[in-house]
Design a protein around this ligand. Structure first.
Ligand code: SIN
Ligand code: CO
Length: 389
């Protein structure tokens, strides 16, 4: 069992961290999780990389054909791992928390950040000198040293225009000026804000690093997704209109009057808090991998679920599934794996309990035969929730 400390950030309080470090500057916490022992070893990690549905990568410095950097995407054949060199490679497996509950347990230590900001836990394994090169990521990351030792060198902030090494399958920074250096041992934690250049190199033959990554959609993704969501709700007769049209000097000119009309229409559609709220909750709870949401084998009925709960069964959140809620003047919404469910006031506390604790029993449900049970039944059938004894 993972023993989590009272405060993950040592003598830095969560308030202080959010104010001074989050999205601003790096923080190294020596021995953040005392006596940390990885619940997963490199053989299990390699085993996961054989699976079709698991996203994995192998990065080698000096590839088999003499190239400077080499990238292979999984799934891998078991034999691939017996032909690797002694050093200079890294195996990276994405979303290990979705498959290994003991790894997912670490997420509890990050409850000072909204859960819908979390993306996944990626785990890397490397022998001596293994690294993915100096690079930047566009999201916040907490790097927990799980096993062995890794030297982290940090540079300054970089962006899309920072020169990268040409002709390699990875985005590796061409110039990297070291500003800080940390040697991470098991239990040490390093927080990096987005776009801070970093370069981690394994110092031992058993280096395992866990990356707790956060979700931050790009402006492009936000605008595109919101527009799609709003667009689906529009009807055909809601369109550009110009009853104020005046005679134009140039028949083919698009004038400021036309732009003003279309801008009014766009802003009217976009500038609605209720719609943005309904879309954002759905968007931020979309599963990382849609095909991981597996509908329950047997369809459960509402009465069936009520009976099960009444006789002591527990509803649990499936690993990799995502929940959030919003509570505004226009009502309470449960967001689950990309969908939104309006919840009756009497079941609000129960649903908040489900979102926070990731499980629910009949004790928390005020009236199990109300509309909420319809929503919960749907969530069981979709695969977001599952029943256990
Ligand atoms: C690693 O674990 O080797 C790389 C993690 C990172 O730099 O994002
Ligand atoms: Co990185």
């Amino acid at each position: 069992m993972l023993q989590l400390p009272e405060c993950l950030l040592g003598h830095i309080s969560y308030e202080e961290f959010l104010r001074d470090y989050w999205q601003k500057k790096p923080l190294f916490i020596k021995n953040a999780i005392p006596n940390f022992e990885s619940p997963i070893d490199e053989h299990e990690l390699a085993g996961m990389a054989l699976e079709e549905q698991v996203e994995s990568r192998l990065v080698m410095e000096k590839g088999p054909n003499g190239e400077n950097w080499h990238l292979e995407n999984g799934p891998f054949e078991e034999s691939r791992f017996s032909t690797l060199p002694k050093s200079h490679w890294t195996l990276l497996v994405q979303a290990v928390d979705h498959y290994v509950p003991e790894v997912a347990a670490l997420m509890e230590a990050f409850d000072f950040i909204p859960s819908w900001r979390v993306d996944d836990i990626m785990i890397s394994f490397a022998p001596k000198e293994g690294s993915v090169g100096p690079h930047l990521d566009y999201y916040d990351v907490f790097l927990l040293q799980a096993q062995g030792t890794r030297r982290w060198q940090l540079g300054g902030f970089a962006d899309d225009n920072t020169p990268i090494v040409e002709g390699v399958p990875l985005r590796i920074l061409r110039e990297f000026d070291v500003e800080e250096e940390f040697v991470c041992e098991p239990g040490d934690l390093l927080y990096l804000p987005p776009q801070l250049a970093h370069y981690g190199v394994s110092q031992t033959d058993d280096c395992m690093t866990w990356s707790v990554g956060f979700r931050a959609p790009s402006a492009d993704e936000i605008v595109t997704s919101l527009a799609d969501y709003i667009g689906e709700k529009m009807c055909e007769d809601d369109r550009y209109g110009d009853p104020d049209l005046e005679l134009q000097s140039y028949n083919s000119q698009i004038g400021p009057d036309a732009i003003a009309r279309v801008k009014t229409l766009v802003l009217e559609k976009l500038n609605d808090d209720e719609t943005i709220n309904a879309w954002f909750g759905r968007y931020m709870t979309q599963p990382k991998y849609m095909d991981q949401l597996i509908p329950s084998e047997e369809t459960v009925s509402e009465s069936n679920l009520s009976e099960n709960l009444a006789s002591g069964a527990v509803l649990n959140l499936t690993e990799g599934s995502r929940l959030a809620f919003s509570d505004t003047e226009s009502g309470f919404i449960l967001f689950a794996d990309g969908e939104g469910y309006p919840i009756e006031a009497q079941d609000k506390d129960a649903i908040m309990h489900l979102c926070e604790q990731k499980h629910l029993t009949s004790h928390e449900l005020f009236s199990p035969l109300h509309k909420t049970i319809v929503n919960l039944t749907e969530l069981v059938n979709r695969g977001t929730l599952y029943l256990s004894d």
